[in-house]
Design a binder for this molecule. Structure first.
Ligand code: FES
Length: 219
């Protein structure tokens, strides 16, 4: 993907951080030693994106560069390296679909097919309704519950064709499915349920406590 295609052609003439974000920026920069303020570049890009409808205009890149005393190209390099930063408008639901090996082995092709069938979009495109953007990304760091679809800040896990469609329908209707594994597994437990000694023990303890409670209530 060329750099030109990643940056919005229609740019605002100015960008200013809100008062609230200026206060946050002060706190973020204060976390780093003097002369190392460039380390705050990612939190500042994140603040700019959240403030500006989920994408970062070039005026914000310039402003961040001047605040952190960095060359503008250095800030742009960071913003273009990480797929979580958008340099052009995206839909209300920004879908980042992981297709790296563990997700691919666990069916990310089917997850992608469901998104394409529903909105007729490929990576880097926005649906005709303007509400959904799709981006194919590398490992999201949650391989254990692959395949993963990130929707804005949330991870949906263990998806297949049908559950991806159900998830998209739930987003469209304004009543999103619960975040996490669509199979309902807790954390990274095995797909067939808890198998470790600790989790089995805690399940047995919970069952004993429930039994005690019900016999106490019966008296
Ligand atoms: S490979 Fe998809 S989350 Fe790691």
């Amino acid at each position: 993907m060329s750099i030109e295609s990643r940056i919005a052609s229609n740019q605002p003439k100015s960008f200013k951080f809100s008062k609230e974000n200026e206060a946050k920026i002060k706190r973020v920069i204060a976390k780093y030693p003097k002369g190392r303020q460039a380390s705050a570049v990612m939190p500042l890009l994140d603040l700019a994106q959240r403030q500006h409808d989920n994408w970062i205009p070039m005026k914000a890149i310039e402003l961040i560069a001047s605040k952190l005393e960095m060359a503008e190209i250095r800030v742009l390099e960071v913003a273009t390296f990480y797929t979580m930063f958008n340099l052009k408008p995206v839909g209300q639901f920004f879908l980042q679909a992981c297709t790296t090996t563990p997700c691919w082995l666990r069916g990310s092709d089917e997850m992608m097919r469901a998104i394409k069938d529903r909105y007729n979009i490929s990576s880097g495109e926005i649906s005709a309704c303007g509400r959904f953007s799709l981006l194919e990304v590398e490992c999201l760091g949650a391989c254990v519950n692959a395949p993963i679809l990130q929707v804005n800040d949330d991870f949906y896990e263990d998806l297949d064709y049908q559950t991806t469609i159900e998830l998209l329908e739930s987003l469209e209707s304004g009543a999103p499915l619960p975040v996490g594994s669509v199979l309902g597994r807790s954390g990274s437990e095995a797909t067939e349920g808890a198998t470790t000694l600790a989790s089995i023990k805690s399940k047995k303890a919970a069952a004993r406590a429930a039994k005690k409670r019900s016999s106490a209530n019966a008296k």
